[in-house]
Design a protein around this ligand. Structure first.
Ligand SMILES: Cc1cc2nc3c(=O)[nH]c(=O)nc-3n(C[C@H](O)[C@H](O)[C@H](O)COP(=O)(O)OP(=O)(O)OC[C@H]3O[C@@H](n4cnc5c(N)ncnc54)[C@H](O)[C@@H]3O)c2cc1C
Length: 446
């Protein structure tokens, strides 16, 4: 089974670009799509541009978990809202989204792990979330073959959706709401006039607009830097696989330290390593090293370092940091960031899953892929106006958990762009935290 969204997939959205719009959104992942949808529903004239395909990058490649469990407390109000929006979207779009509330479980293999999970419970209680610890017996009643795990953290109200089906369907909803979507159309630069945003320069021409949203996922740092905005973002490669269709052992999503699995709507399981990822060392690794020291100190045991990013990657050594917007630049040079999966990891997660659930018999891998996860030093996103570039709003750096919260972020960003109150405290997500001497604080996210 080939991965469904690739650089050679047919273009679905090819709107004729207007000379002017109210808001241009850069990036057709879940953040850009949801922002555009909310803006259009508020009566704004919106253009959504993606250099490759809608959901071609992280938004189709993720595990599909929609979780409140384990998040940084500052994200919880927006995540609780996002969960409500997912329910509304599912009612509107139908079963194609694959949204269902089947729960998220973190399996503990030791008392120490269980104690760590238990430490998150006060955050759930403070926000009225139904997270609780399961005893071994309770857990085994839900995950019958779970020999070896001693306890679990469990949120019944958490859910999941099918990423590569859901985000294109949400883009269709946005198009139906009036968003002009154009795939295979890179934004090369902001068009600046009198010190503020006057439009975007795309490979298909200029669009005049006073407001731009940067939701470029792993490319946002590169784009921001070209406009003098400091966004210390790095990306890691994360490998994922899907099994053949198998009987159900547990309807939800679960992980222990060594592997994660989710029962999919098509009867397969999405498998992934629990917390392993690979980091390609490029110039930004040195540029942002200081900001990432707290993360390195906290835990780098799950990170494998590789010397060179493949050609064309946002932080490859040969990727230009400055370019002439009248010519094709780095965003056109790599339409879809489609990293090769690590074959050794694919085999490891297959074997671990098969060993944990022997009743399934032989487990085969039908499809393997990888994604570049964009992350910030404190593992929470940037959702803010860029003060140095009036007219630019940044929504990026979702740090490996932006799919579930995406609809909430989209609603918030749409309101920010329109000058309305966002409805939640966004101070933890401010852009200036990386430049004003604030300590980098990694939250109690699990
Ligand atoms: C393996 C993996 C597992 C994950 N698991 C989960 C999970 O279970 N739950 C969860 O909540 N999150 C998960 N995540 C994280 C989640 O997928 C991301 O946080 C989320 O999809 C980010 O969305 P985005 O819109 O910011 O970025 P993306 O989906 O990466 O989209 C950015 C888009 O911007 C476009 N773009 C960039 N620059 C330009 C430009 N100059 N011009 C035009 N277009 C441009 C790109 O082509 C791309 O399509 C996972 C991620 C990965 C990779």
């Amino acid at each position: 089974m080939p991965f469904p969204i690739r650089a050679d997939s047919p273009v679905t959205h090819a709107a004729t670009l207007p000379a002017a719009c109210d808001v241009a959104v850069i990036g057709g992942g879940v953040i850009g799509v949801m922002t555009a949808l909310f803006l259009a529903r508020a009566g704004q004239k919106v253009v959504l541009l993606d250099k490759g395909r809608i959901a071609g990058e992280q938004s189709s490649r993720n595990w599909g978990w929609i979780r409140q469990q384990g998040r940084d407390p500052a994200e919880l109000p927006m995540m609780i809202e996002a969960r409500r929006i997912w329910q509304d979207l599912a009612a509107e779009v139908g079963p194609g989204l694959g949204y269902r509330q089947a729960g998220v479980m973190y399996l503990a293999g030791s008392e120490a792990q269980a104690a760590k999970y238990e430490g998150w419970l006060p955050h759930a209680a403070a926000h009225g979330i139904d997270t609780r610890m399961l005893s071994r017996a309770e857990m085994q009643a839900m995950v019958p073959n779970a020999a070896g795990w001693t306890a679990a953290l469990w949120t019944a109200s958490d859910g999941q959706a099918e990423p590569w089906a859901a985000v294109p369907l949400l883009a269709r909803l946005a198009a139906d709401a009036g968003v002009m979507i154009r795939e295979a159309c890179a934004v090369r630069a902001l068009d600046m006039a009198a010190g503020r945003v006057a439009g975007v320069v795309t490979e298909a021409g200029r669009i005049a607009c006073g407001r731009v949203v940067l939701a470029g996922g792993a490319w946002s740092g590169l784009f921001a830097r070209a406009h003098g905005v400091h966004l210390p973002q790095l990306s890691v490669r994360s490998t994922v696989a899907a099994t053949q269709v198998l009987p159900e052992v547990f309807p939800g999503a679960a992980s222990d330290k060594s592997f994660a699995f989710r029962r999919r709507a098509d009867g397969r399981y999405t498998l992934a390593p629990g917390s392993f990822h690979e980091f390609f060392i490029g110039p930004d690794a040195f540029r942002h090293l200081r900001a990432f020291i707290p993360q390195i100190r906290a835990d780098i045991s799950g990170t494998r370092f590789l010397p060179l990013a493949p050609k064309g990657y946002p932080d490859a050594w040969t990727t230009p940091r400055k370019w002439d917007a009248s010519r094709p630049g780095p965003f056109e040079a790599l339409r879809v960031l489609d990293p090769a999966p690590n074959a050794r990891i694919v085999e490891q997660i297959r074997a671990k899953f098969a060993a944990a659930f022997p009743s399934l018999g032989a487990v085969r891998i039908d499809c393997a892929w990888a994604g570049m996860i964009d992350t910030m030093p404190d593992v929470v996103p940037v959702i803010d106006h860029a003060a140095a570039v009036p007219g630019l709003t940044i929504a990026t750096g979702m740090s490996g958990h932006g799919f579930g919260i995406g609809p909430g972020v989209g609603r918030v960003v749409a309101d920010l762009v329109q000058g309305k109150g966002p409805g939640h405290d966004l101070s933890r997500f401010r852009l200036t935290r990386f430049a004003d001497g604030s300590p980098i604080t990694i939250g109690p996210s699990l």
